[in-house]
Design a protein around this ligand. Structure first.
Ligand code: COS
Length: 387
């Protein structure tokens, strides 16, 4: 067992920390306030290889391992979690599944523009009436002889209005309800109509859209085998959830950093508030839980990069880190008192941004379902029907 990052991992972590400090953190409050998607930032990240950290160099990526990518997400999210989710969805929910499940021709065609940051990726699974029950999706893809006619609507799609490549899930077998009738498709922006943009509690530097699709596409847009799309979606989310856990870890670290600095500076009753046990215990718990979350997140990333099963480890990392991020950002507000509730300090933004990490890429309830299935040796279907 080795708890040290490798020199390469430390180098990429420092690179991400530097760019986050120089190009992201100074603007994060304004982007949040003005709901700005920082379009010009992504070419800068791409130039440093950060839009394809864990994609092999032969496909235009930086050729680093999955844990390096997780370190990058943590550092970026520490500065701005909205930028974090854009990079996370782009990389682990679009580029990686095309690399993993694509044919040679699909990989050569779609991965390099994504890995180089020429196109941003969007993952289109959720629909207005299909969220946690992802297998109930209704967008349909009908075989036309030389391709597919795809039609339907999708909801809560991160980055859709700026995306060039979509990984979209549709039902190819209308007679087979549930998971087995679903297939995965690679679509372009021209196949998609953006129909709305959500107003959200937080993550205001990212965009979340509703979209409609009504497009005829070539046969070669099918990713992996027909009817195996749900498997693609689940395997993608297994990795994606580690990324969201890293995002939550970054938010929680940022909240702790501000709270700690404030506790060492703010004086009440003639001493620094960090000298009061009430504040010390909060900070001690925060520091302990940060260590625990980091170990869970890095272990899940390590398992994935070893090619080991990581469904359970990723779900544990996500549920723990996301709930911790909500608690810590709340505690940071408490330590800062009235100042914490204002926009003069960033902790209120962290609190708003943290909340969604308990919801997207699988709610905390779904993570617990996934963990329960593994530890009890039961299928989710049997757990769901037992309740
Ligand atoms: N990796 C690969 N395949 C998987 C898998 C995984 N982690 N989990 C399930 N599958 C496969 C199963 O093996 C099964 O395949 P077969 O039909 O070939 O046997 C199929 O998927 C269906 O599995 P299951 O019966 O468990 O599916 P359910 O409909 O019960 O759903 C949950 C399982 C609830 C876990 C799933 O719907 C889920 O993760 N929901 C949350 C969706 C989500 O995260 N949405 C956010 C979107 S991004 S913001």
């Amino acid at each position: 067992m080795d708890f040290q990052l490798t020199p390469d991992q430390r180098e990429i972590q420092a690179l991400a920390r530097d760019i986050a400090k120089a190009e992201i953190e100074p603007h994060a409050a304004q982007w949040d306030r003005e709901h700005t998607f920082p379009r010009d930032l992504y070419p800068k990240l791409a130039e440093l290889g950060l839009m394809g950290v864990c994609i092999p160099e032969e496909y235009g990526g930086a050729g680093a391992d999955f844990l390096s990518y997780i370190l990058v997400l943590e550092e970026i999210s520490r500065a701005d979690a909205g930028v974090g989710v854009t990079v996370a969805v782009h990389t682990s929910a679009v580029t990686l599944p095309i690399l993993t499940f694509g044919s040679d021709e699909q990989r050569a065609r779609f991965v390099p523009p994504l890995a180089r940051g020429d196109a941003i990726g969007a993952f289109a699974l959720t629909e207005p009436e299909s969220g946690s029950d992802a297998a109930s999706l209704r967008t349909r893809a009908d075989a036309t002889g030389d391709g597919w006619q795809i039609s339907g609507t999708k909801q809560f799609i991160s980055t859709a209005e700026h995306a060039g490549t979509f990984l979209l899930f549709a039902r190819t077998d209308q007679d087979t309800p549930g998971a087995r009738g679903v297939s995965a498709f690679i679509l372009d922006a021209e196949h998609i109509r953006v129909t709305g943009r959500e107003e959200k509690l937080g993550l205001n530097s990212s965009v979340t859209n509703s979209i409609a699709v009504d497009a005829a596409v070539e046969r070669d847009r099918l990713l992996h085998e027909e009817g195996r799309g749900f498997h693609v979606a689940m395997a993608t989310l297994d990795g994606g959830r580690i990324g969201i856990a890293a995002q939550a870890l970054g938010i929680a670290q940022a909240a702790y950093d501000v709270a700690r600095a404030y506790a060492l500076e703010r004086r009440q009753f003639g001493k620094r508030i960090g000298e009061f046990e009430a504040v010390q215990w909060k900070l001690a718990d925060m520091s302990t839980e940060l260590d625990a979350a980091r170990l869970l997140v890095y272990r899940a990333a390590w398992l994935k990069q070893q090619g080991e099963p990581h469904t359970e480890a990723g779900a544990k990392a996500k549920v723990f880190a996301s709930e911790m991020a909500r608690r810590h950002s709340g505690e940071a507000i408490q330590i800062l008192g009235g100042y914490g509730y204002t926009t003069e300090f960033p902790v209120e933004r962290y609190y708003r941004d943290a909340r969604v990490t308990e919801i997207y890429e699988g709610t905390s309830e779904i993570q617990r379902l996934v963990i329960a299935r593994t530890i009890l040796g039961l299928s989710e279907r049997s757990l769901a029907s037992a309740s």
